[in-house]
Write a protein that binds this ligand. Structure first.
Ligand SMILES: CC(=O)N[C@H]1[C@@H](OP(=O)(O)OP(=O)(O)OC[C@H]2O[C@@H](n3ccc(=O)[nH]c3=O)[C@H](O)[C@@H]2O)O[C@H](CO)[C@@H](O)[C@@H]1O
Ligand SMILES: C=C(OP(=O)(O)O)C(=O)O
Length: 441
């Protein structure tokens, strides 16, 4: 088991390089299975646990996948198999994104039901409604969802009840090889949807309107492999922006794109953080005193739910009362209990968290409840008195490459250590000097 150990009190400074976006690369890799011929090359791929998982899913489905030097190649021209078992979907819900491509390419898919997770129940009814509208027969049984179609899917008009990111992507991938035109209304508008559309179009698809709330897709007969560079990860960028801001630091977040980060930039500026657009990224300068703001998570271009817990960490240091309302996931406040262990004053009322700052944060042993919560706890540790130990790092590794190493390079007093589970090692978190070897120098 590994832990991240943070000792608070350092101002961050320097520059940090942002990786390719996790939420863009996963659908793009899944979409590679749509190519009847040719090999796809995908650049700027982050070395994340989720990327290894989706690669394994594709290999299991009989695609050839290589991953080297941040570049993935996928060749899916052999006959594909069509079943993705629970071991993959359990590790990562985005494994369900292979359903659209399989249905389009092979006319059949059997994928384990994703089930709930730490941030909410996360149903997939909107994905299935889209496939059914395109002529697929969908059945659910024995923990699997099975979908099949005789011949090709048929283009359809689909109005989503909610602008679901995954449903928009899955339906787009199904529609590119369908017979006729598909129109998806009330669809998600996230930058990652545009990235997927760009890739599909490079493969020979006809997708327009991505980035707006209506996407039109004219089905084509065949797609071929294509080259594509993944856009920078706005959530990783936002996470480092908040880390810089909370420590009163001065950090250049390289490759952060202002146009993708507008809801976060607006809130940070309201809080008194200075943000300057430079040629190669965004410079973030944290103030001595942070002002409180209210935040409501919404589908893009609203404030992203994936930045909610990091924003909560920042608001713990703001002078006054702030309210965060989570509207996207019904249970994404698991980190509140962990923050309380660090002396945070937070009350939950329904879907809102009321934060009374500034809190005198104290180091404690805390658990990552999901990937963003893990990052948020580390951020809180940067400004806590004493030692914070964060465990359950498997969550952080799903979404961040070398998170502690990047913070260390910015001047944070942080290390990642291999620990046993003996009582004395558990108690070590309270000792001023930890008798443990850093795993990475
Ligand atoms: C791999 C990936 O890209 N993950 C992102 C994606 O997840 P994901 O694609 O799973 O998120 P969705 O946009 O689908 O989910 C948003 C909301 O819609 C609900 N819903 C979704 C589908 C459905 O069929 N029925 C339904 O009710 C969900 O339960 C949730 O409450 O978007 C989320 C919302 O921005 C982000 O937090 C995740 O980081
Ligand atoms: C919730 C997230 O991802 P996923 O949808 O892959 O669980 C996230 O990236 O914050």
């Amino acid at each position: 088991m590994e832990n991240i150990i943070v000792r608070g009190g350092k101002r961050l400074s320097g520059r940090v390089k942002i990786e390719g976006a996790k939420n863009a690369v996963l659908p793009v890799i899944a979409a590679s299975m749509l190519a009847h011929k040719g090999t796809s090359r995908i650049y700027n791929v982050p070395a994340l646990a989720d990327v290894y998982t989706i690669n394994e899913v594709l290999r299991h489905l009989n695609a050839e996948v290589t991953y080297d030097n941040n570049t993935i190649t996928v060749n899916a021209v052999k006959e594909l198999s069509t079943e993705a078992p629970f071991e993959y979907v359990r590790k990562m819900r985005a494994s369900f994104l292979v359903m659209g491509p399989l249905l389009a390419r092979v006319g059949h898919a059997r994928i384990a039901l994703p089930g709930g997770c730490a941030i909410g129940s996360r149903p997939i009814d909107q994905h299935l409604k889209g496939f059914e509208a395109m002529g697929a027969q969908v059945t659910i049984g024995n923990g699997f969802i099975e979908a099949s179609v005789n011949g090709r899917l048929k283009g359809a008009g689909i109005y989503l009840d909610f602008p679901s990111v995954g449903a928009t992507e899955n339906i787009m991938m199904a529609a590119v090889l369908a017979d006729g035109e598909t129109v998806i209304e009330n669809c998600a508008r996230e930058p990652e949807i545009e990235d997927l559309a760009d890739y599909l179009n490079a493969m020979g698809a006809k997708v327009s309107g991505a980035g707006t709330s209506t996407i039109r897709i004219t089905g084509v007969k065949q797609l071929k492999g294509a080259h594509h560079e993944i856009l920078p990860d706005r959530i990783e960028a936002g996470t480092f922006m908040i880390a810089a801001a909370i420590t009163g630091g001065n950090v250049l977040v390289e490759d952060a794109r202002a146009k993708h980060l507008r809801p976060l930039v607006a809130k940070l500026e309201e809080m008194g953080v200075v943000i300057q657009e430079e040629l190669d990224g965004l410079r973030v300068i944290g103030p001595d005193i942070l002002k409180p703001v209210d935040v409501k998570t919404m589908p893009h271009p609203g404030f992203p739910t994936d930045m909610q817990s990091q924003m909560m960490a920042l608001l713990l240091k703001a002078k006054g009362t702030a309210v965060i309302t989570e509207t996207v996931f019904e249970n994404r406040f698991m980190h509140v209990e962990e923050f309380r262990r660090m002396n945070a004053d937070i009350k939950i009322e329904g879907r809102s968290a009321i934060i009374n700052g500034p809190c005198g944060l104290q180091g404690a042993e805390v658990s990552s409840t999901d990937l963003r919560a893990g990052a948020a706890l580390v951020i809180a540790g940067l400004v806590s008195e004493g030692v914070t130990r964060v465990n359950e790092l498997k969550h952080i590794d799903r979404g961040y490459v070398n998170f502690h190493g990047k913070l260390q390079a910015l001047g944070a007093d942080i290390e990642r250590v291999e620990v046993g589970e003996t009582a004395s090692e558990k108690a070590a978190v309270n000792l001023p000097k930890l008798n443990m070897k850093p795993k990475y120098a």
